[in-house]
Design a protein around this ligand. Structure first.
Ligand SMILES: [Zn+2]
Length: 84
C-alpha cells in the first residue's frame, strides 16, 4: 500500500479515503497514483510518495511544493501564494 511521508504537519484524522493523483514524471511519462489520505486534510509542501515509482524510468514520485487538497477523491495541488 502506498505510504505517504509528510515532513511536518499533524495528521490526526482517522478516516482515510482512497484518492488518485495524476502525475507527470520529469521523464515525460504520465500515470495515475492511487493512495490513501486522511479525509479532509490539506497539506502545504512537497510530498514524497514512497512505494510508488515511475513505470517508465523507475524514478521516485515527488509531488511538488504547493497546497495539496482532496476534492472528489482526487488529490489536487494549488500554487502556494508567493506572498504568504
Ligand atoms: Zn519517469
Amino acid at each position: 500500500m502506498p505510504k505517504i511521508t509528510l515532513k511536518d504537519g499533524v495528521l490526526s484524522a482517522e478516516v482515510y479515503v482512497q484518492v488518485t493523483r495524476d502525475h507527470t514524471c520529469p521523464c515525460g511519462a504520465s500515470f495515475t497514483i492511487t493512495m490513501d489520505m486522511p479525509e479532509g486534510v490539506t497539506y502545504n509542501g512537497k510530498i514524497n510518495v514512497t512505494n510508488v515509482t515511475c513505470p517508465k524510468c523507475g524514478g521516485p514520485v515527488t509531488l511538488p511544493d504547493g497546497h495539496h487538497y482532496i476534492e472528489n477523491y482526487k488529490l489536487l495541488t494549488k500554487q502556494l501564494d508567493q506572498d504568504a
